[in-house]
Design a protein around this ligand. Sequence first.
Ligand SMILES: NC(=O)c1ccc[n+]([C@@H]2O[C@H](COP(=O)([O-])OP(=O)(O)OC[C@H]3O[C@@H](n4cnc5c(N)ncnc54)[C@H](OP(=O)(O)O)[C@@H]3O)[C@@H](O)[C@H]2O)c1
Length: 263
Amino acid sequence: MNNLDIHIVGLGNLGSALLQGLINLDKNLTFHLYEKETKIIDFIKKQFELDPKTEIDVIENGVLVLCIKPKDLNLFIKTNKEKISEDVLICTVLAGVNTSYISKFINNKIIRLMPNLSIKDNNGFIPYTKNYEKDYLSFLEVLNGLGSISEYDEELFHIITSIYGSGPAWYLELSSKIVEAALELGLSKSESNKIVKELIKSLPALVNEEEFSDTVEKIKSPKGTTEAGINSLKHDSFDKIIFNAINSATERSMEISKEINNE
Ligand SMILES: NC(=O)c1ccc[n+]([C@@H]2O[C@H](COP(=O)([O-])OP(=O)(O)OC[C@H]3O[C@@H](n4cnc5c(N)ncnc54)[C@H](OP(=O)(O)O)[C@@H]3O)[C@@H](O)[C@H]2O)c1
């Protein structure tokens, strides 16, 4: 692959995870970084020995990856659209922001991703959608190194954002509540944390072609401990609790779309 300039704007949680994943690739990539927050700039300098700028000068080619919050997008576009050449591929990870919204201001090719923080270890999954044909600048090839990639209709991105972008939070929040329960039932905090972390690490071995509910059946035995817990979850409407959480996140993504259009 020819050398590719990668400009990343915003090096917070997602931007720095993406940078780590791209550095791990050891490909012919040149990084140009932009960040406003002093603490994050110091972290990037220390962690990656790279020096983020606070402002874009001019970007003539390569890929510009937007890792800022949706609320900062309009100001970013207003300040920078004249500095970005039409040859530059725009890559966005912003929740709730459609490619068509960005296209109102910039006439560039746009690819939209919804990764999660696992992108830093190059073994995640990257749902994407794009407004151009084929693989411009071999960027799909680069993304393929960050995880397995799959193209979706953009109208599915609200639900994909909810179950995949936010997804780790659902499992980690559940894990945090399991730790709290174990604590209340007499296990020490350090042992609870250790055991639940080991539990999470053991899960990939149980993820296979079968339905999740079928695997649960294999863990359950009649009148056993798992069945007692599952019955308690049913009694407390676990399905409704989870549906409401996923639905709230999906609706929030739709709201962000509307808010940004009305700004
Ligand atoms: N976190 C996740 O797990 C995740 C997963 C999927 C998608 N996303 C998406 O990723 C985006 C970033 O999320 P995040 O959690 O990484 O947010 P974050 O930690 O707040 O990082 C964004 C950073 O961008 C900086 N920034 C804002 N405007 C800038 C500009 N014009 N130039 C340079 N830097 C600028 C912010 O600085 P200031 O705070 O000083 O403004 C902030 O440090 C969001 O749109 C989110 O929807 C996140």
